[in-house]
Design a protein around this ligand. Structure first.
Ligand SMILES: NC(=O)c1ccc[n+]([C@@H]2O[C@H](COP(=O)([O-])OP(=O)(O)OC[C@H]3O[C@@H](n4cnc5c(N)ncnc54)[C@H](OP(=O)(O)O)[C@@H]3O)[C@@H](O)[C@H]2O)c1
Length: 274
């Protein structure tokens, strides 16, 4: 199986967000290292200055770029978005689904509308975009990569439908990997941990919260969008040509640290212990 075609063409949803931008830049960097041209179709929910600024930045970084817009919670617009990308840039070699959002709330009294919105933004569009892009990805033997969350692997009390939705997204992609692997399409997810983006920046403005969060991460730092970008660049690239159905956790080890918090047991190792 090969994923190398010239030029590469990636449709990236949520491109105007912190992680989406990081992914776009990492894809461009990877293409440059591979000596290949890349087209990026950057999708945002609406036109405006953020999208225009991003397109200018990606162009400067070396990509051929197009901007497309649509509300992914609308099934019709999901299909139209893919068609716009195909019309503008030809066959896709990668579909990268980043758009998503959490919606805090307690399950005891979560409004039905919020449950539906969380699933209709984080899960359903990935299936619909994938359906619309399938024929094109079959022609290029391309890939689908979706950004889930560590919250999809571990329950997150107070986060409403977010953990169930991201868990559903991971399973959706594993199932796509099984159903469409024979078509030459690889499907994988990335699960970010705590990533510093404009969305999450407010919480890091409090030095005490920042310090406590860093203290939970074995690697000793909060992640940045490029950490996720590098993971997606790997999964969409030729180096991952036999990787299908993987959920790649990119969290500095934070989600696995729980047992180190049990009182009465040895705590986490540190360089001072050596
Ligand atoms: N940041 C973290 O710590 C973290 C951790 C784990 C997982 N994640 C996941 O990573 C992804 C990106 O997160 P982020 O921090 O980069 O968030 P962000 O900066 O808020 O970006 C979210 C993106 O989703 C797009 N979007 C939202 N609603 C949309 C809709 N109805 N239709 C089309 N696009 C829509 C936004 O587009 P517009 O700006 O055009 O509205 C934006 O580009 C999300 O799926 C999130 O769940 C983030």
């Amino acid at each position: 199986m090969t994923t190398t075609l010239v030029p590469r063409h990636a449709l990236v949803t949520g491109a105007t967000g912190g992680i989406g931008r990081g992914i776009c830049l990492a894809l461009i960097e990877q293409a440059r290292k591979d000596g290949l041209a890349i087209r990026i179709t950057a999708a945002a929910s609406q036109p405006g200055e953020r999208l225009a600024k991003l397109l200018a930045e990606l162009r400067t970084a070396g990509a051929d770029v197009h901007g497309v817009t649509g509300d992914l919670t609308d099934p019709v617009q999901c299909v139209e978005l893919v068609q716009q990308a195909l019309d503008a840039g030809g066959d896709l070699t990668a579909l990268v689904c980043v758009a998503g959002a959490s919606g805090p709330g307690r399950l005891a009294n979560l409004p039905l509308a919020q449950w539906d919105l969380t699933f209709n933004l984080n899960v359903r569009p990935v299936w619909l975009l994938a359906q619309a892009a399938r024929a094109s990805l079959m022609r290029t033997r391309g890939s689908i990569t979706a950004v889930a969350s560590m919250s999809g692997l571990h329950p997150h009390p107070g986060y409403g439908a977010y953990s169930p939705a991201k868990a559903a997204l991971i399973m959706l992609c594993r199932q796509l990997a099984q159903e469409w692997g024979p078509d030459g399409i690889r499907t994988n997810t990335v699960c970010p941990g705590m990533i510093r983006t404009p969305l999450t920046e407010a919480v890091y403005q409090d030095p005490a919260t920042l310090e406590r969060r860093i203290g939970l991460v074995p690697l000793g730092r909060i992640g940045n969008p490029d950490d996720i970008g590098q993971a997606v660049a790997y999964l969409t690239g030729t180096g991952a040509s036999y990787v299908n159905g993987l959920d790649l956790v990119v969290d500095g080890g934070v989600a696995d640290h729980m047992l180190s918090m049990i009182p009465g047991r040895p705590g986490k190792a540190s360089v001072q212990d050596d």
